[in-house]
Design a protein around this ligand. Structure first.
Ligand code: PAF
Length: 281
């Protein structure tokens, strides 16, 4: 496994691979790798001949300086974890923005809702950095996890609108044994908050059961989710059922008539967690 910190050397490697007739998959990450990331690598290796993992804590996507400061930086352990996988190259730049950098990539519409509302500037930072990674690595395929559902949708839109010759693959959410979605943030949960956080997947599962049982009233589906999260001591950022095409939340009085997604963002022990479930069919 090769490790690059220089973008030119990274691009050269990737071009060499592709000139030799092989394909490249990129798994963008901010490090603090866990089992969920390793599954993305596994999935990537089924999609292309060579897998590149990028590791970079992107400052422009953090809306709170405190969150950026607390974000775990574990490059040494991350590289060790990747050694046992099919990852062939790691791109771990120390800096991605040139001094005086003044260009942003912004996706409109999909970013107006959910995390886009409560984390101003977040998606602009994500789309800008991922666009830069796609220019450096020039992959054939890029893999994004469905836990960050809005992020994956926004990035698909960016790839399409900006004519990147890249296929985006959505990876299923990987969960802990008790159902909590795997996230680098979970390591920051105090033990008692970690136990309470299981309320998120349980509430999502109960809502999905109710939906599968025929409930289509938005308020009737969301009410028990909000109650369960509050009972578990969460501070709710948002709990919404959004139209899947636009990600615009449906009002409580509405009924679901087209594909939708139930999305949660909530704080447990001061740590912001997100999760979602698709409501289709
Ligand atoms: O999902 C993440 O870890 C980040 O948002 C990403 C896509 C690597 C961009 O920094």
């Amino acid at each position: 496994m090769e490790v690059f910190t220089d973008k030119h050397l990274m691009r050269e490697w990737s071009r060499r691979v592709r000139q030799a007739g092989e394909t490249v998959a990129l798994v963008p990450t901010m490090g603090a790798l866990h089992e969920g990331h390793l599954r993305l690598v596994e999935l990537a290796s089924a999609e292309a001949d060579r897998v590149v993992v990028s590791i970079y804590v992107n400052p422009t996507q953090f809306d709170r300086a405190e969150d950026l400061a607390k974000y775990p930086r574990t490059l040494h352990t991350d590289l060790k974890a990747l050694e046992g996988t099919s990852c062939k190259a790691v791109f771990a730049p120390t800096e991605m923005y040139l001094p005086g950098s003044a260009t942003w990539v912004t996706v409109e519409g999909l970013t107006d809702h959910l995390c886009g509302l409560t984390r101003p500037g977040h998606f602009r930072g994500v789309t800008t950095i991922v666009s830069k990674f796609l220019h450096v690595v020039e992959p054939d395929v890029a893999i994004f996890g469905n836990k960050d559902y809005q992020q994956r949708r926004v990035l698909e839109q960016m790839v399409r609108d900006q004519d990147f010759p890249i296929r985006v693959v959505a990876a299923p959410t990987v969960r802990e044994r008790d159902g909590l979605a795997m996230s680098s943030r979970n390591a920051r949960l105090p033990p008692e908050a970690r136990q309470r956080a299981v309320a998120i997947p349980r509430a999502l599962e109960a809502a999905k059961d109710s939906y599968d049982g025929g409930e289509r009233r938005v308020g009737a589906l969301l009410g028990p989710v909000r109650t369960a999260l509050e009972a578990a001591g969460a501070t709710i950022d948002y709990v919404e059922i959004a139209d899947d095409a636009t990600l615009a939340p449906l009002p409580d009085e509405a009924r679901i008539t087209t594909p939708a997604v139930l999305a949660i963002a909530a704080f447990f022990g001061g740590v912001r967690l997100i999760d979602n479930v698709a409501l289709y069919g």
